[in-house]
Design a protein around this ligand. Structure first.
Ligand code: F0G
Length: 355
């Protein structure tokens, strides 16, 4: 069957009608990759799968929500959309807007956006505005503007974003024929954990799955308001995608944690980078640093003995890798030594290659 994006595939479960113009770039349908070596770290009965959202058309999970938000904006005859972003939302909003002739305005924290993401927003012709403030400041401004001017906000406070993003849970459940036992993912503005949990709960209510997963969300320790229980004025982490001090869906994230009997934890930048390198070196999967928080969190929980209490023969854990590694090449390059430069001679190359 021909694949035409998440709305076409999951129309039945989404607030669309025959009148909704479907703006799609064939997002979704991303692979679930078995992570042999991550599983081995946890132990024999664990099977860890990576939901590689970096393979969406703009390189992140945001495309799932954006196809819905932009389709609904076009349906309601909106002329412009606006978002605050740590980068990926803006890249996605810009791309889907380009496809639908909407004007796209993005407000970003100056100097805190990975290069790939900034390049995307700009090449897709968004009106990009950098502010001398952080993501939380940008979100406040965007809320203010969308309440007072005729522009549609496409941050995850827009309920259509959550609707689109919940399709990732559907794909996972359809793949296994049931829910995983645990689902791990990074938490920034907390839209995605909200969406995944909504998706699993809906599938459960339609009896498409027989159980619900325990949701494991991870913040960066320098930007961990939900874990600490108060907003962080100056959030700091190398994982710029989740450098957020006052998440919009804070309460929904707590509900996902409590209802699923899961947890929201935090991981340090060093733990994030270690997981990021592990995935690249051992699994051949390149994600952005924020994405690796889901794996860093698993490793941390494993060390603390969290999984040793888990009963059952085979435990399936899915981890969302939210964005592609190429989004943030600077971080990758800063993690490795520059390559040796040798004379243009076979012998010199053979020697340097250690053959
Ligand atoms: N991972 C990546 C790569 C992200 O870009 C984001 C959020 C998250 C995780 C966290 O997801 O906010 O739903 O909890 N990026 C937003 C943006 C904030 O503007 O691109 P969340």
């Amino acid at each position: 069957m021909k694949y035409c994006g998440v709305i076409n595939r999951y129309k039945k479960y989404l607030p669309v009608s025959k009148k909704t113009p479907i703006i799609t770039i064939n997002e979704g349908n991303t692979p679930l990759i078995f992570a042999n070596k991550v599983s081995a770290v946890l132990g024999k009965k664990f099977r860890v799968y990576l939901k590689y959202e970096g393979l969406n058309p703009t390189g992140s999970f945001k495309d799932r929500g954006m196809t819905m938000a932009i389709s609904k904006a076009v349906e309601s005859k909106s002329a412009a959309v606006i978002c605050a972003s740590t980068g990926n939302t803006s890249a996605s909003a810009a791309a889907f807007s380009a496809r639908s002739d909407l004007k796209c305005i993005v407000v970003l924290p100056e100097g805190a956006i990975a290069m790939g993401k900034l390049a995307q927003a700009m090449i897709h012709n968004a009106r990009v505005i950098a502010i001398k403030g952080n993501f939380d400041d940008a979100l406040d401004i965007v809320k203010d503007i969308s309440e007072n001017y005729p522009v549609t906000m496409v941050n995850s406070i827009n309920p259509y974003r959550i609707e689109g993003q919940k399709t990732a849970s559907f794909e996972i459940a359809d793949y296994f024929g049931d829910a995983p036992h645990f689902h791990s993912l990074p938490v920034g503005n907390a839209g995605n954990i909200t969406a995944y949990w909504k998706g699993y709960k809906e599938y459960y209510s339609y009896r498409k799955i027989s159980r619900l997963p325990q949701m494991l969300g991870f913040q960066a320790s320098g930007a961990a308001p939900i874990v600490k229980g108060y907003p962080i004025k100056k959030p700091e982490t190398i994982a710029t995608a989740i450098r957020i001090g006052n998440p919009a869906s804070w309460q929904k994230a707590i509900e996902a944690k409590e209802e699923s009997e899961g947890l929201i934890g935090m991981v340090t930048d060093n733990q994030i980078l270690a997981a990021y390198k592990f995935l690249a070196k051992e699994e051949g999967v390149f994600c952005e640093p924020a994405s690796a928080a889901s794996i860093a969190g698993l490793f941390k929980l494993n060390k603390s003995g969290y999984f040793s209490r888990v009963k059952g023969k085979e435990i399936i854990i899915t981890c969302t890798l939210t964005g592609h590694g190429l989004k943030d090449p600077k971080i990758a390059i800063s993690c490795i030594k520059p390559p040796p430069v040798v004379p243009a001679k076979t012998r010199a190359v053979v020697k340097a290659a250690g053959i």
